[in-house]
Design a protein around this ligand. Sequence first.
Ligand code: NDP
Length: 486
Amino acid sequence: MPRFEYAPAPESRSVVDIRSSYGLFIGGEFVESSGDTSFKTISPATEEVLADITEATADDVDRAVKAARQAYRGVWGRMSGADRGKYLFRIARLLQERAREFAVLETLDNGKPIKEARDVDIPLAAAHFFYHAGWADKLEYAGLAPAGGRPPRPIGVVGQVIPWNFPLLMLSWKIAPALACGNTVVLKPAETTPLTALLFAEVCQQADLPPGVVNIVTGAGDTGRALVEHPGVDKIAFTGSTEVGKAIARTIAGTRVRATLELGGKAANIVFDDAPVDQAVEGIVNGIFFNQGHVCCAGSRLLVQESVHDEVIRKLKRRLTTIRVGDPLDKNTDLGAINSAAQLDRIRELSGIAEAEGAERWSPPCDLPSRGFWFPPTVFTGVAQTHRIAQEEVFGPVLSVLTFRTPQEAVAKANNTPYGLSAGVWTDKGSRILWMADQLRAGVVWANTFNKFDPTSPFGGFKESGYGREGGRHGLEGYVTTGDDQ
Ligand code: NDP
């Protein structure tokens, strides 16, 4: 049989105009740092240097917080919800108009396939602004305040720290609800993926957003720490590792600062013997290989009922031989580059430990590019619950397979982790879906699907996956006060 190959279908990078260096976005304009430290952001697919990025000092963070405070007191905190909504609608429309530019930039800086940046990240980012624009003038009717109590009011200045896996989307999850509720923000993007946040700063200028409402300070962990420790911040919203989340919670413990933390996960994707197997296989692939597995809610633990284990694994392996790994800018690519050398090391380390602990490793044959950071789609079978690969977040394209016999056993195994962010259930029986959803300690439970996101739906964790919700009406709660404290 002749094998049909896909012809390359590269997206053009000429739609983006990357500057050689970027300053900090404070008070509505790009400004220089008080220090002189900078770092390079690179394309993880090629290791090409894309731009020189300013590392914000504690003084820069202080300037940004002051600019946010001034904008809060002078303009944004007292603007009507209807007027705030107009700005958010404007930003949403600009994101749509410039969607292609954002998608290409995200793919270059992050390494994710262009088809995911184009079809998931950027449309969802715009959708978050549209959704929250609609709330801005309806907060009084959102049921946020107790009956007869004071109406919801903004909290003030919010410090926001985001990770590198969905750079613009995480920015929109943070900034859209904060602004809709009347707060101003200082946001720190991840060190390895600052470019779309800096392009978003241009969108804020284009939308004539009042200066200081959004401030963007680039840098690494120290800049994030300076923001978290700044006494002028009223609330911290963080997405990232559980370790840093715990450090943030310790820093603000005993202060008046509020926090929402969206941390790690180790989701179980549970396949029962009555599930439509081909559909489930697609869901397993989407669950763990979407965005190279750099997803906090990734279905990284496949729990499959023993009676269908062999069939599911056979079909899964066959499906994985069709996955195309390579140039993220090629529209046919399914699996792009690992975001950084450090992340690649972590994936390699945990995979090596899994093998040493006795799990069986399998990857389809695939040619990985010689430059850049790459890891093939990998499946570990024969995984025991005590294996580190079954307990720790790999944050890469690595699936661990475990088995179960009864629904009770599936629940016990699924819940046997310190995390509780998401889970998936594949079965023909509606009653079983409802029973499982009730038993699983996870903030999101998907049934016969996986990794579905919508701004109207609250997202967040149980246990060490964090607290607070993002999205939906519940997501507004973290950005308003209804008490007498503000
Ligand atoms: P981090 O939690 O370190 O990074 C998340 C954000 O926090 C980044 O902007 C980071 O800056 C910043 N940051 C780092 N240290 C501090 C600090 N002390 N105070 C305030 N902000 C800080 O995640 P990593 O990128 O180091 O990834 C490590 C592991 O975390 C991954 O392997 C993965 O398992 C998990 N992870 C989980 C995510 C999730 O969504 N649940 C997202 C990202 C990672 P900088 O980028 O400059 O370091």
